[in-house]
Design a protein around this ligand. Structure first.
Ligand code: GRF
Length: 193
C-alpha cells in the first residue's frame, strides 16, 4: 500500500508516521511527502529518510481549483492508496476531496466536534474545559467534520498557556496518528453505525 503525506510546516506528525513505518512491520510504505510550501521544515526530514518530496507552491496558482489540480496530479504520480494530511494548512476543494473519497485522513488538534477551525488550543482555554485533545478523521467536503477514526485526550492544567497545551496535544498526536493509519490500512474504515 502506498501512502502520500501532505505537509505545510514542521511535519512532526509526518516524521512520527515515517518512523513508525520504518520501525514496525507496517502494511504500507511512505511513497512521497508533498508540501504546498518550499520552506516546510518537514521536507529535509523526508529527504534524509529517502522519501521523495514534491513542492506545489500555493502562491504559484491563480485559483484554488488550479492549485488542487496540480496537487492531485503530483499525488497521483505515486499511485496512492491513502492520502494523509499532516499539518497541511490548505482548505481543499470539493472535487479534490471527492477524488480521494474515503481514502484521505486528517488530524485536527481538538476533540471534534468541539473546536473545529483554527486556534483550537486557544478555544479550549477560553472555554475553560479541563479536557482537550486531537482527532483523526476521514476528510469530507465539510471542513473538520468527517467520520472520526480515533481521538486522544489530554488534561488542560491550571495555568496552561496555549503553547504548553499545544505541545501536550502534539505529543499525543504522534502516538495516535500512526496507530490509526495502521489500523485503517489493515482493517479499512470502521462500519458506520
Ligand atoms: C499542529 O498544530 C498539529 O496539532 C496540527 O498541525 C500542526 C502542525 O503539525 N495537526 P506538524 O508538526 O506539522 O505535524
Amino acid at each position: 500500500k502506498n501512502i502520500v503525506i501532505l505537509i505545510s510546516g514542521g511535519g512532526s506528525n509526518m516524521a512520527a508516521i515515517v518512523r513508525a513505518a520504518q520501525s514496525e512491520q507496517w502494511p504500507a510504505r511512505i511513497a512521497a511527502v508533498i508540501s504546498n510550501r518550499a520552506d516546510a521544515g518537514g521536507l529535509p526530514f523526508a529527504q534524509a529518510n529517502g522519501i521523495p518530496t514534491v513542492v506545489i507552491p500555493s502562491q504559484d496558482f491563480a485559483s484554488r481549483d488550479a492549485f488542487d489540480a496540480a496537487l492531485r496530479a503530483a499525488i497521483d504520480e505515486f499511485l496512492p492508496d491513502l492520502i494523509v494530511l499532516a499539518g497541511f494548512m490548505r482548505i481543499l476543494t470539493a472535487p479534490f476531496v471527492a477524488h480521494y473519497a474515503g481514502r484521505m485522513l486528517n488530524i485536527h488538534p481538538s476533540l471534534l466536534p468541539r473546536f473545529s477551525g483554527l486556534h483550537t488550543h486557544r478555544q479550549a482555554l477560553a472555554a475553560g474545559h479541563d479536557r482537550h485533545g486531537a482527532t483523526v478523521h476521514i476528510v469530507t467536503a465539510e471542513l473538520d467534520h468527517g467520520p472520526v477514526l480515533g481521538q486522544v485526550e489530554v488534561a488542560v492544567l491550571p495555568g496552561d498557556t496555549e503553547a504548553a497545551l499545544a505541545i501536550r496535544v502534539l505529543q499525543q498526536e504522534h502516538i495516535l496518528y500512526p496507530r490509526v493509519i495502521r489500523d485503517f490500512i489493515e482493517h479499512g474504515a470502521p462500519a458506520q453505525h
